[in-house]
Design a protein around this ligand. Sequence first.
Ligand SMILES: Cc1cc2nc3c(=O)[nH]c(=O)nc-3n(C[C@H](O)[C@H](O)[C@H](O)COP(=O)(O)OP(=O)(O)OC[C@H]3O[C@@H](n4cnc5c(N)ncnc54)[C@H](O)[C@@H]3O)c2cc1C
Length: 385
Amino acid sequence: MTEAADLAPIREAVRALCADFPGEYWRELDRERVYPEKFVAALTQAGFLAALIPEEYGGSGLPMSAAVAIMEEIQASGCNGAACHAQMYTMGSLLRHGSAAQKARYLPAIARGELRLQAFGVTEPTSGTDTLSLRTTATRDGGHYVINGQKIWTSRAEHSDLMLLLARTTPREQAGKRTAGLSVFLVDMREVKGKGLTIRPIRTMMNHATTEVFFEDMRVPADNLIGQEGDGFRYILSGMNAERILIAAECVGDAKWFVKKAASYAGERVVFGRPIGQNQGVQFPIARAYIGMRAAELMVREAAALYEAGADCGAEANMAKHLAAEASWAAADMCVQTHGGFGFAEEFDIERKFRETRLYTVAPISTNLVLSYIAEHVLGLPRSY
Ligand SMILES: Cc1cc2nc3c(=O)[nH]c(=O)nc-3n(C[C@H](O)[C@H](O)[C@H](O)COP(=O)(O)OP(=O)(O)OC[C@H]3O[C@@H](n4cnc5c(N)ncnc54)[C@H](O)[C@@H]3O)c2cc1C
């Protein structure tokens, strides 16, 4: 499956932008765990983060395959799209399920980059992957909802104006259907910071700007409920395919970066009087990582094509995410091994990218949950959880 030729200019433009953000830039930020403001501003100004917002709302109205190309090129250039990837897809819930008034109010400002919708509050410390057990509640009080609870791993909350939040509006035992009773809110964090909303950064093994957030009688206007009360889980699920495809594209980009770096080094590094890449023990792992990356890339394209056609792409999006996360992690490990001791040196950027790409077999969905999905929904095996 080849890519449409018209994506070449987009790929080239992303590469040109990324050239202004070399390894040094990322290393410095990584040391202090500082957010890449300049990089995100440059991507925003270039319109890349508004790729999936339709033109009628001021976005570029590009297809999923173009968004895939953007995210992949960012990673393949050695940059880190995790700082802003959510700006690209989190608006999908608003686009698909928001009212006309909500879309007119928020989408053009998001497309212009004036409003950042980068925070996605689903995971909680006690429920983890079992989203339906989340405990954050939203209780109607006149023209507002009053929100109490806690989220964890709410990435980029400090660098976002809006948060898409999933909370329980009907107690589980009264909700009827297992998946009912949860609702989605678009929270304007600028209005509630210090007034019911507290954000605390969590330091992680990579520079990811992730946080835990606490809601204490946080008041959100009822106008900011997305779609129907109680239907929120369905809305969140509907956005997951886009998220999985784009994260998979990032992993493919990472894998390309690792393979290129390793092949180049293996061709140059001379030990025992010959390039290390002349040894099959060195070249085979690089070739294997390349094959893994290509297989993942094809599945990403398949998932993106189905998504664009409006077809069900749940299985392909999950498989793409799985193959790509495995491929990028395998390539990262191979790249360290190929570089020997230098793989651990900060100035080679490998150890940084190694830490960054490790995330994706865990988040936004862990490997086991992808396997469970395929077992249940594709193979017809009994649900295991
Ligand atoms: C850096 C980072 C950024 C993140 N950003 C966000 C964000 O912006 N917004 C957000 O909402 N969340 C975010 N997450 C959360 C992420 O989606 C979760 O960490 C992930 O879904 C796993 O959930 P958990 O950590 O609670 O693990 P758990 O649910 O506690 O699972 C732990 C392990 O057990 C396995 N497991 C659990 N149940 C089963 C089962 N039934 N069968 C087999 N295996 C099982 C899992 O696969 C996993 O390996 C982020 C996480 C990290 C680390």
